[in-house]
Design a protein around this ligand. Structure first.
Ligand SMILES: Nc1nc2c(c(=O)[nH]1)N[C@H]1C(S)=C(S)[C@@H](COP(=O)(O)OP(=O)(O)OC[C@H]3O[C@@H](n4cnc5c(=O)[nH]c(N)nc54)[C@H](O)[C@@H]3O)O[C@H]1N2
Ligand SMILES: Nc1nc2c(c(=O)[nH]1)N[C@H]1C(S)=C(S)[C@@H](COP(=O)(O)OP(=O)(O)OC[C@H]3O[C@@H](n4cnc5c(=O)[nH]c(N)nc54)[C@H](O)[C@@H]3O)O[C@H]1N2
Ligand code: SF4
Ligand SMILES: [Mo]
Length: 681
């Protein structure tokens, strides 16, 4: 018997906690806490305490092919030949842009890098991943305002802040270690906490000021806060003068957003808005972080611009104890974006339309040109599939049937395609529509690097053996590329060689070599331009990375959500997450201890709203929107705004949600739509 402990990075959220996997003869038997890990010092939230999904009998173990009598097992050789053959046929018949690739924030940097390289060498920028449903507005908005889409500093800087603003996020459930180890630490040291959102949730419980807004009204509130800060002369004048462009335009725009106007738009109290403005302005060491309550709106990118601008007024950039940005969601969503698994960006955020940058990467890859048109984003891939223009897709580690807005159309799109490949660790709701299913090894069964929300790149080691014939995504992509005739460009023996190429292609990763990373247990924070550079904790210290070197203020106006309540659909529906369930529940849903504690969806509404519609606690009702219906149990919650119903989306609520898109980031508005309750008895 051989027992071992292997250091891995948690496979769930973007906090990037470290732990050890305990294995016996190559099989997962449990975990041990890693008390020396710089991010979590041993603490873990509920999810990685039970990783028994690794041993689930439902793991995919052999490639599968759809036949008239259902899925049948086939060999790897046949599977790869079939996938390559059909992709070649479709590209030759309909052109490169008739195929699309979905990369995965669950996979390593090296795997995402290879998948986007494969797409681009096949001649298409149709490669995207779940960042599109998530922090694409942050990427675009922070990119325009500061030059970099990522979080400006680290969790330690949050802990050292004197004022912390959490806007449209519920870290107590979604980033529990950031809440528990960093935000609460700051609070214990005297920091003040301001929370903005529609629900007095577990995060808001700890707030000093809670601004309760109706979903989709954040710009009005943000502009009113800036209105007070400017009118009272509370902004950081020196910072504005030296480091910010566009202040005068801002003054003009926010002048009409009085706290009273914002209160009438948002339902928040004008008093709370004013108090929050004074409290924020009381310190030059502050944090503003946000997440899906801000981004999943048709105004997601504009929301981001507004919040980033508040921080600029207060000088909350470029110094210890300040931190601004989106808390990145999936364990490797920051990395997947860095690697260029996005329709508009090549690795390192080189725009596909940037001739110079694109040429540089083409040369490094040994080709003369790369596709120069922006590709289809995730929601658009399914729309184009439904209308018959996207003929084939390769889905690595995503489950769009559950995660995409207005999911009925996603299913229509998948079914209309001529050829669908799904590469996953489980038979997902999406895989059921596939022609070929490829069984992947889970993160602990392979090795590679992940990048957390702080830009911290960490190596996660192989701890256990994959089940059956499941293989690491990296080798599946390499084999496929070879079968497609691209062997010259995919000549890698493993993840180390891929990371060495990433070191050359992405300047911010230049010094993050495999040897160094494996010997640096806490990881290295990018930008890290050379192997003797220790990494960069705080961005924008001297200059912003915009063309002018200054923070670029882009003032924004309030705009109502795409769909507002009316007589027929009188309620506002929003969606949220719960701590013990991750996304489409493929992994947490197969980990027994978690399923016992978090077995099903519970939609929360205010008791007054429940009274109006004659529903009671625990009652199962039908929720109906213009797009679909969904049965769910009702849970009464004093803390939620009247007229709002909040549904966890993990179990299929996206039948209801609106797929109206943010025009700048292409992110669907999954945080607001109009809805009605239909009683079943
Ligand atoms: N347990 C668990 N943790 C996770 C995940 C998971 O699935 N499960 N997923 C990870 C990922 S990928 C992500 S992106 C993050 C997301 O993390 P969060 O954004 O924190 O998660 P959500 O619960 O979707 O939304 C947060 C809050 O937004 C508020 N909200 C809704 N509409 C609005 C609005 O219009 N304005 C404002 N101001 N607030 C609003 C809701 O009250 C909700 O509490 O979580 C990560 N962590
Ligand atoms: N209504 C509503 N909808 C939302 C949201 C919301 O707040 N409200 N949030 C959105 C957000 S922020 C996000 S990030 C998306 C997430 O959307 P998705 O990324 O589609 O959701 P996941 O369940 O994380 O899908 C990951 C898949 O990868 C598989 N997997 C795990 N490890 C591996 C591996 O090593 N290799 C391979 N090949 N597969 C693997 C898992 O089994 C799973 O099927 O959902 C979005 N959808
Ligand atoms: S906070 Fe996130 S990274 Fe840390 S243990 Fe929980 S899910 Fe894992
Ligand atoms: Mo996300």
């Amino acid at each position: 018997m051989s027992e071992s402990l292997t250091p891995v990075v948690c496979p769930y959220c973007g906090v990037g906690c470290g732990l050890f996997i305990k294995s016996l003869n190559g099989k997962y038997v449990g975990i041990e806490y890693n008390y020396n890990h710089p991010v979590n010092k041993g603490s873990l939230c509920p999810k990685p305490n039970d990783l028994s999904f690794l041993n689930s009998p439902h793991r995919l173990k052999k490639p599968l092919k759809k036949t008239e009598s259902g899925f049948v097992e086939i060999g790897w050789r046949e599977a790869i030949k079939e996938v390559a053959g059909r992709f070649k046929e479709i590209v030759n018949g309909y052109g490169s842009n008739s195929v699309a690739f979905l990369a995965s924030a669950k996979c390593f940097n090296e795997e995402n890098y290879l998948l986007q390289k494969l797409a681009r060498l096949l001649g298409t920028n149709n490669v995207d991943h779940c960042a599109r449903l998530c922090h694409a507005p942050t990427l675009v908005g922070m990119g325009r305002a500061t030059g970099v889409g990522a979080l400006t500093a680290t969790f330690n800087d949050i802990a050292n802040s004197e004022v912390i603003v959490i806007w449209g996020a519920n870290p107590a459930e979604t980033y529990p270690i950031v809440m528990g180890r960093y935000i609460m630490k700051a609070k214990n040291n005297g920091a003040k906490l301001i929370v903005v959102g529609p629900t007095k949730n577990k995060t808001a419980w700890h707030s000093d000021i809670f601004i309760q807004v109706r979903p989709g009204t954040d710009i009005a509130v943000a502009n009113a806060i800036m209105n007070v800060i400017i009118n009272e002369g509370l902004y950081d004048k020196e910072f504005i003068e030296r480091r910010v462009d566009g202040f005068d335009k801002l003054v003009q725009t926010v002048s009409k957003y009085t706290p009273e106007l914002a209160a009438s738009i948002s339902g928040a109290s004008a008093f709370a808005i004013k108090q929050a403005a004074y409290l924020m302005a009381s310190s030059r060491k502050g944090t503003i972080v946000w997440s899906m309550g801000i981004t999943q709106h048709i105004v997601g990118q504009r929301n981001v611009l507004a919040l980033a601008t508040i921080a600029a007024l207060l000088g909350w950039y470029g110094k210890p104890g300040t931190c601004v940005g989106g808390l990145r969601g999936q364990n490797n969503v920051q990395g997947s974006c860095d690697m260029g698994a996005l329709a508009e960006f090549l690795p390192g955020y080189v725009k596909v339309v940037d001739d110079v940058g694109r040429k540089r990467i083409a040369e490094l890859w040994g080709v003369t040109e790369l596709p120069r048109n922006v590709g289809l984003t995730l929601p658009c891939i399914f729309r184009e599939a439904e209308s018959g223009r996207v003929k084939a897709a390769y889905v690595m580690g995503e489950n769009p049937v559950i995660s995409e807005a207005n999911s009925t159309h996603v299913i229509n799109g998948l079914d209309r395609m001529e050829f669908l490949v799904v590469q996953d660790i489980f038979m997902t709701e999406t895989a059921e529509h596939a022609d070929i299913i490829l069984p992947a090894a889970a993160w602990a069964e392979k090795e590679g690097s992940f990048t957390n929300s702080e830009r911290r790149v960490q190596w996660s080691f192989k701890a256990v053996e994959p089940p059956g014939e499941a293989r690491p995504d990296l080798y599946i992509i390499i084999d496929l590329a070879k079968e497609l005739g691209l062997e010259k460009y995919f000549n890698y023996s493993g993840p180390d060689e891929v990371l060495l190429e990433i070191n050359k292609v992405i300047p911010a990763y230049a010094g993050i070599t495999p040897t160094r990373l494996k010997n640096t247990p806490g990881g290295i924070i990018w930008p890290c331009p050379s192997t003797d550079h220790e990494g960069t904790r705080i961005l924008h210290v001297e200059k912003f990375r915009t063309p002018s070197g200054k923070f670029n203020i882009i003032p924004v106006e309030h705009q109502p959500p795409a769909e507002m309540p009316d007589d027929e659909y009188p309620l506002i529906l929003t969606t949220h997450r719960v701590v013990g369930v991750f996304h489409t529940n493929t992994m947490t849903g197969r980990s027994n201890a978690l399923v016992k504690r978090w077995p099903e969806a519970e939609a929360i509404i205010n008791p007054a709203t429940a009274h109006t519609y004659g529903v009671s606690d625990n009652e199962v009702v039908k929720l109906v929107t213009r797009r679909g219906e969904y049965l769910v149990k009702i849970r009464l919650h004093q803390g939620i705004q009247e007229g709002v119903i909040s549904v966890p989306w993990h179990w299929g609520a996206n039948k209801l949600t609106n797929d109206a898109l943010d025009p700048d980031a292409s992110t669907p508005e999954t945080k607001v739509c109009a809805c009605k309750i239909v009683k079943l008895r």
